[in-house]
Design a protein around this ligand. Structure first.
Ligand code: ZN
Length: 160
């Protein structure tokens, strides 16, 4: 049964409100995470509590319980000369930037308009209502080493 510190392997299909597929993990190559550590969106993690191997669930996650609402202040226009001159700037590129509160967040280049670069620091799935069709593939207790590291080792997790 899934509880705090369980290592959980999931297969799932993730669709948006329009039924378009956003992401998919097959049962042969599941997503592994440590339960109760905020490693997956809260709206999904809360629903999985108490489920067992083989359980299937349809879960609808609001933006508040998912990747958050789109924050307009994270969309910004930066002068091209703030970037290294020898570096080609193209839409889709990512840059890490330190925010006032010390967090590092990745910004994606949305477009280049003349001498300006338009950046967006919102998660690509911010503002989306998420429709998960999920199945629990495996549940096991975390090892002492995994608990110490705070992440899953082995299949679907970290390899050191
Ligand atoms: Zn580790």
């Amino acid at each position: 049964m899934i509880k705090k510190d369980s290592v959980v392997s999931l297969s799932y299909i993730l669709k948006n409100e329009n039924g378009e597929e956003l992401d998919r993990f097959e049962s042969a190559t599941p997503l592994a995470y440590m339960h109760g550590h905020g490693q997956i969106v809260p709206g999904l993690e809360n629903v999985l509590e108490g489920l067992a191997i083989g359980d299937k669930k349809e879960v609808i996650v609001t933006p508040q319980e998912g990747y958050g609402e789109v924050q307009p202040q994270l969309k910004m226009k930066v002068s091209r000369d703030k970037f290294p001159a020898d570096r080609k700037i193209e839409p889709g590129m990512q840059f890490s930037s330190k925010m006032e509160d010390g967090r590092e967040i990745p910004f994606t280049v949305q477009a280049i308009e003349g001498d300006d670069v338009l950046l967006d620091g919102n998660h690509p799935l911010a503002g989306e209502t998420l429709h998960f069709s999920v199945e629990v593939v495996e549940v096991r207790p975390a090892t002492a080493e995994e608990l110490q590291h705070g992440h899953v080792h082995g299949a679907g997790g970290h390899h050191h």
